[in-house]
Design a protein. Structure first.
Length: 933
């Protein structure tokens, strides 16, 4: 039985088979061409007879040399034409002038037609450029001869318009030339501005002329492709190869190569090596877009300048209309060009805000203009949120966000003045009864209207950021949505409309499952190496979908929440100077704001809902507010004690109640200790205590801290409190430095506090040494205050505790060296006493020092302690030498001069005769000392 399909199905089968055969034939031809290059032997050229070395490569490629020659030729012809027109024009009559310029211009413009037919594109480009210059000279000659009485600007406007139209028509007729169309676009920027400069009847204003020119540029940019399309041509010029979708194979993605000059009756029988591509023409879009940006930018600048100088809302309507028209042009460009949607829509948003804000600025009092522009930006955000195209939303939002950011930046100087302004009143501490007003505390006079609107601006920006933080999804939600199973409609559309990747032979790959193709085995691995030219990026690179973008995108929701918190706090903090509140009201509001920031800082669970960075921000706001309100409270005595007491209690409670990071608790604890120190200092100042008496009061801070820190043990606030308490103790030492007895008392009390802290095992190493040092310093200061000059009085308080500590250490660890246990303590007394004994004329100090050294030497020898033996023996010998030195000098002076050399010689002879014995004695002594501890 024969199964003959219907004619339509059989035709489709034949078309598919022909497509497969054509693709296979193209692959085989490419393979055959490569095999021919491998099989055919390459005949090496004979070596040169005169030059044994290879010739150097040419300095320039033939193509670049050709372009250079053509460019130079065109420039020279242009210079010659200009010189002829300007210099030699008067030697010819009117007929000769017209004939020469007309003939040369026509010849220069007609020559590219013939040159393009002979595929001499570069030469045609040079002559076309010459023709364009000659047309400008023709216009100049026409003005000089026939239209000399016409105004220069008016004629230039008309001439530029005519030339732009002629060059556009010339470029469209010869579409393979690259120069005419871009030159026409650039020349078209001149007519309307030149017409505006004439200031004649009917001439438009400059800003409208520029905007109209920009509109034309936008139209040209939207009507032309981004760049020219390459055209495949045969090397012999016999036809154009192109891909044409067949009716039968269109369903399967097949394509049939055809030839316009198919004289042989077989499609696609052209060798691959015979096909080349002409370079694409440069698109007009970059030139038109540049012209639109320049002319439109100048129009916007002029409109903005006119809008900010308008005195009344009626005067602001004209520039507002210009700005709104420019915004409409930009929105149209963003709507029609997705690649430029972001910048164009941003420009449109800024122009709209500037237009509406200009009218509002002219109708509000001075200083409220920023608020007017900000409200326009808020309205734009609401409009974008309620119903705006998706491709315009990002740019419009960015424009409104930029206005919000600028408005907030303009208000920051007032916030800084409110925080740091009270520092200017520190020279009048407790000199006022009522205190300064909020504006008087700024220290700098500011205009009242600007002050009044500042908190409103900051609070509006904060509210906008808070609302935006609710719009934006969190990064977790973004990543979850990005990894979902639902495909993106846009991705599906792009995949459905994307052409298939061509095969190496230049034909589309057959669909999987068609005859001659292997079955699909899943996604293929990307090939190694760089992607080929023209290959779509998603086929060669990693996926660039939402997961990758969300991984690197900053957390905009957290940033918006953090900014909202900071600006809301700043807006409330500048309310007193904005409303010029009284002193008590200002202090109350600032203390409440500081307490509110502290509450946010110590409750991270609730604060983290706003933003992860809200905790450190709230901590910074609370510390800044506490410092500012403390300085402001110094104006009156009751305010100082009230504010310092309140803040000390609040900071201490926050430090112990905080449940956030340990760093927050540490900062709060240290700050609370510092405020407690300031409170005690204020008490001392109110009691009119001298500085050395106030130091004793300040010592209550480290004492209280030591007691409080002993309770929490390893609580995170213990160490910061102790460090800040130590700093308070240092302040007390500085205050007591002017009175010796009081300084000694302060040091001794500090030693007691440190010794009490050393009772705790975790603080014993540091606090123990600190206590010993403070006790020694207290003793020295007290001795110095009592005019005691005996060095032993200063050294024995160090030696005795050091020897006691060394003895205890030796008892715990008998292997401890005597130098470590007793060396520092003994040296602290023996060395200063030895120096004093050498300069002492009395006999008591050397005698006592000698007896002490002898006792140490005997003790070291008895107990086999090296440090005691060496130090005691050395000091004993030097002390004895000091005592015997006068008598030795007298004896040496009484002896004959020859006797000392004789005695020295006898000593050397005795040592030499018993050298081995003395050497053994020295070694024995060294071993004996080495065995000691």
């Amino acid at each position: 039985m024969e199964n003959v399909p219907p004619p339509a199905e059989e035709l489709a089968i034949l078309d598919r088979e022909l497509v497969r055969l054509d693709a296979r034939r193209a692959q085989l031809l490419a393979r055959r061409a490569w095999l021919l290059t491998v099989v055919q032997p390459r005949v090496a050229p004979p070596p040169p007879a005169a030059r044994p070395f290879a010739a150097p490569p040419p300095d320039a490629a033939p193509r670049s040399v050709q372009n250079l020659l053509l460019t130079l030729g065109g420039i020279l012809l242009t210079i010659a034409a200009i010189a002829f027109t300007l210099v030699s024009w008067g030697h010819l009559g009117i007929g000769g002038r017209s004939a020469v310029l007309g003939a040369v211009t026509v010849a220069a413009l007609a020559a590219p037609v013939a040159l393009l037919r002979r595929t001499l594109a570069s030469t045609a480009e040079s002559l076309a450029g010459l023709g364009l210059v000659l047309m400008v000279l023709d216009a100049y000659a026409l003005h000089r001869v026939a239209l000399a009485e016409t105004g220069g600007l008016a004629y230039a406007a008309v001439a530029s318009a005519v030339l732009a139209a002629l060059w556009a028509a010339y470029g469209l007729s010869l579409d393979r030339l690259r120069i005419p169309l871009p030159v026409a676009v650039l020349t078209a920027q001149l007519p309307l501005p030149l017409w505006s400069l004439t200031a004649g009847p009917g001439a438009p204003p400059m800003e409208w002329a520029l905007l109209a020119t920009a509109s034309l540029d936008v139209a040209v940019a939207l009507r032309t492709p981004a760049r020219g399309c390459p055209v495949d041509q045969a090397g012999s010029g016999s036809g154009v190869m192109r891909l044409r979708i067949q009716d039968g194979g269109g369903r399967h993605g097949g394509a049939m190569p055809t030839d316009d000059n198919a004289g042989d009756g077989v499609a696609g029988r052209r060798e691959p090596s015979m096909i080349h591509r002409t370079p694409p023409k440069p698109g007009l879009r970059p030139f038109a877009a540049t012209g639109a940006a320049v002319t439109g930018g100048w129009a916007l600048l002029i409109g903005c300048a006119q809008s900010v100088t308008a005195d009344t809302p009626l005067d602001a309507l004209a520039p507002a209309g210009l700005l709104l028209a420019a915004a409409g042009v930009a929105l149209f460009a963003a709507w029609r060009s997705p690649s430029a949607a972001m910048p164009c829509s941003a420009v449109a948003g800024l122009a709209t805000i500037a237009a509406l804000g200009a009218v509002a600025r002219a109708g509000v009092p001075e200083g409220w203009s920023v608020l007017g522009y900000l409200l326009c930006a808020v309205g734009l955000l609401v409009l974008v949120r309620t119903g705006s195209p998706r491709q315009l939303r990002q740019g419009l939002t960015a424009a409104a966000g930029a206005v919000h950011a600028l408005a907030a930046l303009l208000m920051l100087p007032l916030v800084a003045l409110t925080l740091a302004g009270p520092l200017s009143t520190t020279d009048t501490i407790w000199s006022s009864v009522t205190g300064p007003t909020a504006r008087g505390a700024l220290g700098v006079p500011l205009p009242e209207p600007g002050l009044t609107a500042s908190p409103i601006v900051l609070l509006i920006v904060a509210a906008t950021l808070a609302t935006a933080s609710r719009w934006w999804p969190s990064p977790t939600a973004t990543r979850t949505a990005a990894h979902g199973d639902a495909p993106d409609e846009t991705t599906q559309h792009d995949r459905a409309g994307a052409p298939e990747a061509p095969t190496p032979a230049g034909h589309p790959a057959p669909a999987p499952g068609t005859p001659g193709t292997p079955p699909s085995a899943g996604p293929a691995e990307p090939p190694a190496g760089p992607p080929p030219t023209g290959a779509p990026w998603p086929a060669w690179g990693p996926p660039t979908g939402a997961p990758a973008a969300s991984a690197t995108r900053p957390d905009r929701r957290a940033a918006a929440g953090t900014g909202a918190l900071a600006l809301a706090w700043a807006g409330l903090f500048v309310v007193p100077p904005a409303l010029d509140l009284g002193y008590i009201a200002t202090l109350t509001l600032h203390v409440l704001l500081t307490a509110a920031a502290l509450a946010l800082a110590v409750r991270p669970a609730s604060t983290a809902r706003l933003a992860p960075a809200a905790v450190p921000l709230a901590l910074a706001c609370s510390l800044a507010g506490a410092g500012s309100v403390t300085v402001l409270s110094l104006a009156t005595r009751p305010a100082t004690f009230t504010v310092l007491g309140t803040l000390t209690a609040a900071l201490a409670a926050a430090a112990f109640a905080a449940r956030g990071p340990r760093a927050v608790q540490a900062v709060l604890a240290g700050t609370a200790t510092g405020f407690a120190t300031a409170l005690l200092g204020a008490v001392a100042a109110a009691a009119e205590l001298p500085p050395h008496r106030a130091a004793l009061l300040i010592l209550a801070v480290p004492a209280a801290v030591a007691l409080l820190a002993a309770g929490p043990g390893r609580h995170p606030v213990a160490l910061p409190m102790e460090l800040t308490g130590a700093a308070a103790g240092l302040v007390a030492v500085v205050l007591a430095a002017g009175d010796g007895p009081t300084l000694a008392l302060v040091l001794a009390l500090g030693g007691v506090i440190a010794a009490g802290t050393a009772v705790r095992a975790e603080r014993r190493p540091a606090a123990g040494y600190l206590a010993a040092a403070l006790f020694v310093l207290a003793t020295w200061v007290r001795l110095y205050a009592s005019d005691v000059t005996t060095p032993e009085a200063y050294t024995l308080p160090v030696t005795l505790p050091a020897l006691a500590v060394g003895a205890l250490r030796r008892r715990r660890d008998p292997e401890t060296s005597s130098w470590t246990a007793y060396g520092p303590g003994l040296a602290a007394t023996l060395l200063p006493s030895l120096v004093a004994a050498w300069g002492d004329d009395h006999w008591l100090r050397p005698l006592l020092l000698g007896l002490a050294a002898l006792a140490l030497t005997l003790t070291g020898a008895r107990l086999r302690l090296q440090a005691l033996l060496v130090l005691g023996g050395t000091v004993l010998a030097l002390d004895a030498l000091h005592e015997l030195a006068p008598y030795v000098v007298q004896v040496v002076g009484a002896l004959p001069r020859w006797l000392p050399p004789a005695l020295a010689g006898l000593l050397l002879l005795a040592v030499g005769a018993t050298y081995e014995q003395r050497l053994r004695d020295a070694r024995r002594l060294r071993d004996t000392l080495g065995r000691m501890r």
